[in-house]
Design a binder for this molecule. Structure first.
Ligand code: GDP
Ligand code: MG
Length: 170
């Protein structure tokens, strides 16, 4: 049968990791070299058809700075899915991503689907975090993992598609 689902999705991760750029790529098919940094959070929606269902993502793109941390629960509370984004050229951003995973697993919806996105995969020559390390971490923590590039569009639709496939059907 046909299902129409609404799914609240939150993007979390260090400032500059590429959260807004991933959303802009997914929602508008665009990329900006000088993406403005997000203040507070921004809302987008996008619909995706997956097998037997149409999933309407209600996307909260958060700011990532520490001074906005106390706002994060407003965005992840009740979320069906989260994309935790780090930048493959920054070990700090990978550490920050792990902190977000811990927080979500402690405070978030227990059934939340968590995707770990190693973004800026186009910057191979500046890579600091290996795919193997991130994949192992993801497996240990029950997340699914993809390397993405908002710049080249690699794996951007795919990560949303993989989330859509994992959402519980009504
Ligand atoms: P946010 O703070 O997590 O929302 O990060 P932004 O989306 O604002 O991106 C921060 C900077 O990284 C911007 O200058 C983007 O153009 C750049 N950026 C984002 N994604 C990519 C990517 O996949 N590849 C490259 N090379 N740059 C990216
Ligand atoms: Mg942003």
């Amino acid at each position: 049968g046909h299902n129409n689902l609404n799914a609240k999705l939150v993007l979390l991760g260090d400032m500059g990791a590429g959260k807004s750029s991933l959303v802009l790529r997914f929602v508008k098919g665009q990329f900006l070299e000088f993406q403005e940094s997000t203040i507070g959070a921004a809302f987008f929606s996008q619909t995706l058809a997956v097998n037997d269902a149409t999933v309407k993502f209600e996307i909260w793109d958060t700011a990532g700075q520490e001074r906005y941390h106390s706002l994060a629960p407003m965005y992840y509370r009740g979320a069906a899915a989260a994309i935790i984004v780090y930048d493959i050229t920054s070990t700090d951003s990978f550490s920050r991503a792990k902190k977000w995973v811990q927080e979500l697993q402690k405070q978030g919806n227990p059934n939340i689907i968590i995707a770990l996105a190693g973004n800026k995969a186009d910057l191979e020559d500046k890579r600091k975090v290996t795919a193997e390390e991130a994949r192992a971490y993801a497996e240990e923590n029950g997340l699914f993992f993809m390397e993405t590039s908002a710049k080249t569009a690699v794996n951007v639709n795919d990560i949303f598609y993989e989330i859509a496939k994992r959402l519980p059907r009504a």
